[in-house]
Ligand binder design. Structure first.
Ligand SMILES: [Zn+2]
Ligand SMILES: [Zn+2]
Length: 137
């Protein structure tokens, strides 16, 4: 699979958290499938509150290596100067080199009780139960 950003070759990489991500050996970016960011950082959704910023999404020329969908660039947490690249087709997320630790720091701050509750609901759902009152993410 080709890198979203530089056209280099992506290689699958298992993380200590048990999430398999795709890593570019040329530009050192990381491609997460939909849901993998949440799994890695133990968040309820990939990028919390991202929906609020979708209005600010900027179209890019990037093409998704997974689904050929179009990618948008979304300013996320402007004070951290973090831009998230998101596939509008399959929901994959791209993190440039250096963006990963930033997101990690943000994720650590975001871990509130509500997120934990949502996460518990998602875990139950994954096991095949429907949780009433929670919207599917
Ligand atoms: Zn690359
Ligand atoms: Zn895609």
């Amino acid at each position: 699979m080709k890198c979203v950003k530089c056209g280099g070759e992506l290689a699958g990489m298992g993380t200590t958290e048990g999430v398999e991500v795709d890593f570019c050996s040329s530009c050192h970016g990381i491609l997460f499938d939909h849901g993998e960011v949440a799994e890695y950082f133990e968040l309820a959704v990939d990028v919390p509150d991202l929906v609020m910023d979708l209005d600010l999404a900027r179209k890019t020329d990037l093409k998704c290596p997974k689904c050929s969908g179009a990618w948008v660039e979304i300013p996320y947490v402007p004070q951290e100067n973090l831009l998230i690249d998101l596939c509008t087709g399959c929901g994959a997320i791209w993190l440039d080199k250096g963006e990963f630790p930033k997101l990690e720091a943000i994720a650590a701050k975001l871990d509130d009780p509500k997120a934990k509750l949502l996460r518990a609901a998602k875990t139950v759902e994954r096991k095949g139960y429907q949780v009433v009152g929670f919207k599917k993410v």
